[in-house]
Design a protein around this ligand. Structure first.
Ligand code: SF4
Length: 380
């Protein structure tokens, strides 16, 4: 339409921003969550526009409270292997990194982590690792079924990368409830800049759909500020999430690792990451969204700020202390102090100071709203 009036694209954009800044920005934020797909210009403004972000965070927090109250779910993260056959360009444990130190937990070590975690109050165990060929279908099946036998009131989440559809089905039948597989970017062109040729965008998307069909609570997610990322890529992420409707979304800033091809690239910013957390909460009101370790790594209050922007999950590290530093996906990753599962009391106090409460619960996705402080029941 605009071409027919010979109006240059940058003028349309300027005018749009002027229009938004003139007052309707408030209407746009108030209209979220919205059933309609926003225009590119609306997404662009929400993501990179110069407006009062606190208004966005407050709206996201309000929506989160409608479904989850002030509850914060904790997940015990067990990093089961730092071996990986893949070569993602951004990752510190990619196969090409000869300096990475590798370890693999035994079944007994994993069960011992669960035992410790259960006593600390964890009711979800997340088994995460590189794509390690040692983890056969049968090995994972046995580990999952043993954990479920010992802790029937707990959820098991797997995060073991791309596998055959049959593997996903067998593990779900063995009791695995959830699966995390970040899509990293919903733009095929961008995906190809972050991964070697043999790792394809199409296969990542196929795996995500297979996970949903297998019956998992499915989680995806993306990095903010990754190399070559443009605002259009983040708009693609939002549109993908809106269509795919995952149960969980992990959003963390890109943090470079010194032994990767992206070592010299700048990291993602706190402000942009919080903005994306809030926009995801407003797009998927019932999603489980972690205040990620990466967010807490780039800012001392990153976790609390993430919660206040709409996140409702934290994932303290339950891995044996001796191996934590070896699971080095990016530089300076925090894995001791309050990030460690042993410090759950300290973490609880921090969460409480931010206005929320850690609960002993599996932490499944909300199906209905919950009572607010004024006694009203909010429903979707
Ligand atoms: S991001 Fe995951 S799949 Fe990629 S190299 Fe790292 S551990 Fe392997």
């Amino acid at each position: 339409m605009f071409e027919s009036f010979n109006i240059p694209a940058d003028k349309i954009c300027r005018d749009f921003l002027h229009y938004m800044e003139a007052g309707s920005m408030a209407d746009l934020i108030d209209s979220l969550p919205s059933d309609r797909d926003l225009s590119d210009d609306e997404w662009r403004f929400l993501i990179e526009g110069d407006y009062d972000k606190q208004r966005l965070f407050d709206k996201a927090d309000k929506v989160r409270r409608q479904y989850y109250g002030t509850d914060v779910y904790i997940r015990g993260l067990i990093e089961i292997s730092s071996f990986c056959k893949n070569d993602c360009l951004y990752c510190g444990i990619r196969r090409s990194n000869k300096n990475a130190s590798r370890y693999r937990l035994s079944e007994e070590e994993i069960f011992s982590c669960c035992e410790q975690g259960y006593e600390l109050g964890f009711r979800t165990f997340v088994l995460q690792g590189g794509e390690d060929p040692f983890h056969t279908t049968a090995w994972v099946e046995k580990v999952v079924s043993t954990i479920k036998e010992r802790y029937p009131d707990c959820a098991v989440t797997l995060s073991l990368g791309e596998r055959d559809r049959r593997d996903y089905e067998i593990w779900h039948q063995a009791g695995a409830d959830r699966y995390l597989l970040r899509h990293e970017t919903a733009s095929c062109v961008h995906y190809e800049k972050l991964h070697p040729h043999e790792q394809t965008f199409a296969h990542r998307m196929e795996c995500l759909h297979n996970l949903k069909q297998a019956g998992y609570q499915t989680g995806c997610g993306f990095m903010v500020g990754s190399p070559f990322q443009e605002t259009g890529d983040l708009i693609a992420d939002m549109r993908f999430l809106r269509e795919f409707r995952p149960h969980m979304v992990g959003i963390g800033p890109f943090i470079p690792h010194h032994d990767t091809p992206f070592a010299a690239c700048p990291g993602g910013s706190l402000a942009r990451t919080l903005t994306m957390v809030a926009l995801v909460r407003l797009t998927l009101p019932t999603a489980l969204i972690p205040a990620t370790t990466a967010l807490a790594t780039i800012h001392p209050q990153g976790r609390e700020l993430g919660l206040k922007a709409g996140a409702n999950v934290v994932m303290p590290n339950l891995s044996p202390a001796a191996v934590r530093k070896q699971y080095s996906l990016y530089d300076n990753k925090i894995c001791t102090g309050e990030e460690a599962a042993e410090s759950v009391d300290y973490l609880s106090r921090q969460v409480m100071a931010a206005g929320y409460q850690v609960v002993v619960d599996r932490g499944d996705p909300a199906k209905t709203g919950c009572a607010t402080s004024d006694g009203q029941l909010n429903k979707k």
